[in-house]
Design a protein around this ligand. Structure first.
Ligand code: GDP
Length: 480
């Protein structure tokens, strides 16, 4: 139930014997197969000059070996969809309209509850989970906390308005998250609707719809008249099949907090999206820094349920306090363990807060350390330049540094000053920002400092490639 010496050595790409030596210096006599608790493991990792990277909830931090699922245990699960797009293009209306397509909705007498996510069963018998908070802010802040819940992004574009600034932002965020996009051309009932203009405009942002020879599905809908919704559901289901979304329902549950609040009558309430396994009443869960026994669960129709499988959103009652949105949720074996993890995390959180702004610097070094620890197989870069030509040249240069073991991923190669949106994106993707002959706005600078995002200023291209190459090399030659 804790990490072994050899596994820890493996993760740091170092020899087990070296780990044993370090442990001896710390006064711990250990063999290669011995298990270490989370605190000890962390000390060892620091001793090697690495920073601890929480790879997953069942990792070093928890001291639980991740439950690895056999391929044969995986069953198809519903896709989880986030709706994004420009303000007033109909995101909320579309979410309401999709919700009304649920065939299971009325029959059990449940009343619609807005819990942050809902699931529909389509007339064709497929299930789709929608995150009820539209827009890229929630999406990105969840990602920044390490939660990746969205499988598919539905990009809403009003047919009478076309591609607008937030449409472009949404595309960037979806692409950075590697989430496939389905375009919903909305308001097609309006007299001024021009779906072809929308498709044309999307081309400029590397979204090529099927009609134009690309592989992005697009569907004309009217959220108001409720037309085209079945086609949109079909498109989502098809995308889910392509993605081959599966999870093992027969294991202890893991998920993410979608929303949370303190209810006067019921105490702390959290909406949890189950991502793996099955969550049951009576389970002991840790959610971020909080823990508790699941006292009751309610679905999006306000009905009491006893268990929830993969892709199901549920309202969970029984936590000791309110966890943050985007925090990971995991079922543990007993209360002692839950308390231990919760206390550990609270202590870490306090330390982090105490460290405060000092954490902001040296983030390039941190990235290097993580790469050396073998936790990161990709270097994400966000490029902003003064002119398009430079942005393109930089992108090409940086991408050439791609190595078979470590991928260099350019999230954006754009023009203009660095904005808060860039910082958000960089933070969510753990990216370093390359500022080429451009500056950051003062708000963006503040945000970067607070969030520990590294902005590097350059005016010479080869200096950029030197720096990025250093990051890549850190991964290729981790041997001691
Ligand atoms: P959001 O800001 O993207 O969430 O947009 P809303 O869902 O709030 O919609 C903005 C406005 O557009 C509202 O007045 C809606 O009634 C209207 N609207 C949304 N969808 C449609 C549609 O399909 N057709 C028409 N004609 N109006 C729509």
């Amino acid at each position: 139930e804790a990490i072994t010496v050899s596994e820890l050595a493996n993760r740091m790409a170092t020899r087990s014997s070296d780990v044993v030596k370090v442990l001896m210096k710390m006064g711990v006599m250990a063999t290669v197969t011995q298990t270490l608790d989370a605190d000890t493991a962390e000390l060892v990792v620091q001793e090697f000059g690495h920073r601890v990277r929480r790879v997953s909830e069942s990792d070093v931090e928890l001291g639980i070996e991740g439950v690895t699922d056999d391929d044969t245990d995986l069953k198809p699960r519903a896709p989880v969809v986030t709706v994004m797009g420009h303000v007033d293009h109909g995101k909320t209306s579309l979410l309401d309209a999709m919700r009304a397509t649920d065939v299971a909705g009325g029959e059990a007498g449940g009343i619609t509850q807005h819990i942050g996510a809902y699931q529909v069963e389509t007339p064709a018998g497929n299930r789709i989970t929608f995150i009820d908070t539209p827009g890229h802010e929630a999406f990105t802040s969840m990602r920044a906390r390490g939660a990746s819940v969205t499988d598919v992004v539905v990009l809403v574009v009003a047919a009478d308005d076309g591609v607008m600034p937030q449409t472009i932002e949404a595309i960037r965020h979806a692409k950075a998250a590697n989430a496939p996009i389905i375009v919903a051309i909305n308001k097609s009932d309006k007299p001024g609707a021009n779906p072809n203009k929308v498709r044309q405009e999307l081309l400029q942002h590397d979204i090529v719809v099927e009609d134009m020879g690309g592989d992005t599905q697009d569907v004309q809908v009217s959220a108001l008249k409720r037309t085209g919704l079945d086609k949109l559901e079909e498109a989502i289901t098809l995308q889910a099949e392509i993605l081959d979304l599966r999870a093992n329902p027969d294991r202890s549950a893991e998920g993410s907090v979608i929303e949370s609040r303190l209810d006067r009558g019921r105490g702390p309430v959290a909406t949890v999206l189950v991502q793996k396994g099955t969550l049951r009443t009576g389970d002991i869960v840790v959610a971020g820094t909080e823990w508790g026994r699941v006292r009751a669960m309610l679905d999006d129709k306000g009905r009491q349920i006893k268990e929830a499988g993969p892709s199901m959103p549920v309202e969970l009652l029984g936590l000791g306090a309110v966890p943050g949105a985007g925090e990971p949720v995991v079922v543990v074996e007993n209360e002692t363990r839950a308390r231990e993890i919760s206390e550990f995390r609270q202590r870490k959180l306090k330390e982090k807060q105490a460290a405060g702004l000092s954490a902001a610097r040296g983030t390039l070094d941190q990235m290097l350390a993580r790469i050396q620890a073998g936790a990161q197989k990709e270097v994400a870069v966000l490029i902003k330049a003064d002119v398009q030509g430079s942005a393109e040249a930089l992108q090409a240069t940086v991408q050439k540094l791609d190595h078979e073991e470590v991928k260099v991923r350019v999230l954006i190669a754009g023009v203009g000053q660095i904005t808060e949106s860039d910082i958000q994106l960089a933070k969510a993707s753990d990216a370093v920002i390359v500022a080429f002959n451009v500056r950051a706005t003062s708000q963006a600078r503040e945000m970067a400092q607070r969030d520990g995002v590294d902005i590097r200023y350059y005016s010479i291209i080869y200096q950029v490639s030197d720096d990025i190459e250093q990051l890549v090399k850190g991964k290729i030659a981790p041997k001691h």
